[in-house]
Design a protein around this ligand. Sequence first.
Ligand code: NAD
Ligand code: WQD
Length: 331
Amino acid sequence: MNILLTGGTGYIGSHTAVVLAEAGHNVVLYDNLSNSKPEVVDRLETILGTRPLFIEGDIRDRSLLAEVLKLQNIDAVVHFAGLKAVGESVEKPLDYYHNNVYGSLCLMQALQDAGVKRLVFSSSATVYGEPQYLPIDEAHPTAPTNPYGWNKLHIEQMLSDMAAADPEWRIASLRYFNPVGAHESGLIGEDPNGIPNNLMPYIARVAAGKLPHLNVFGNDYPTPDGTGIRDYIHVMDLAEGHLAALAHLNSQSVCHDFFNLGTGNGCSVLEMRSAFETASNKKIPYQVVGRRPGDTALVYSATDKSKQELDWRAARGLDLMCNSAWKFNNK
Ligand code: NAD
Ligand code: WQD
């Protein structure tokens, strides 16, 4: 298939590009470079041995999208493009609605006009909000707690309404848990601008000596070591989940379906710190500070639906997540 990846030079998009291209698909990357660099395309060329087509463009540019969809004869789209910093979404909600919700609306209009009706959407486990029960399955109630999470839920709803109006659509919304790690080459990975908000990139910078210590946001949670537990998933497993979702679209019984992409396992902040110390052979000093507002104690995914319907499961463990992230950060 000819597959358009919006946000294709970003962290998850670039890893998915590798998996899709290696599976024989032709990938076209479409990104406005607001949070990624054009060098990613060179890195992909090194990994793949062939250069994927990259188009610098914004998802809010419907005429450029129309041209690309037509000229590249696109069969399906994986929609990664979006802003993703939770804290920033609280400070600048309209920027987030404009980029993420309005941007997705423009993309959907362009797809509808072009008759491209196969879509995989990057959603997030953040749509579930505070867990009502564990593990979190796809039927768990949705109750986002910040504008970023609401963006994802509004986009999911827009996709459902669109699919209800035209039953030829086949859409999979993938709700990611906590993606971490990097491609085994160490050439692509997660490289946030400024001081990282997320645990793994923060730890990686402490190990690399670029930040003095890790701040552990609370050690009084009702978990075995008192620190927050999350379901970290290797980005290459996540990327393979997109390949599985694309393969499943044509046989999907409903027009719009939802799948968790997680491992089903929980890992605490301190467990992640020790695993990264082992992988990097560096000391990672830490200090316990107060809880981060909005954080929850324990989150992990139910994996049955993705296993059964997508025939996909995460295979890589915490050691590979840390080793690959360290290789990328230490290059
Ligand atoms: P990323 O920032 O690395 O990649 C997103 C890409 O989209 C960037 O390259 C950015 O330049 C591009 N982009 C943003 N707005 C755009 C626009 N208007 N037009 C064109 N390109 C635009 O982030 P990521 O971690 O790769 O996330 C990819 C998707 O997965 C996002 O939608 C994110 O919300 C979602 N997601 C990420 C996580 C995570 O923890 N990384 C978890 C759940 C869901
Ligand atoms: C993980 C754990 C922190 C940093 C966020 C978004 C979510 C999703 C993924 C997109 C928590 C602790 C963290 C630090 C720490 N993104 N921590 N010190 O909060 O589960 O999810 O990213 O959809 O929407 O909310 O991930 O990596 O920020 O935190 O102690 O410096 O690490 O308290 O327990 P989170 P995270």
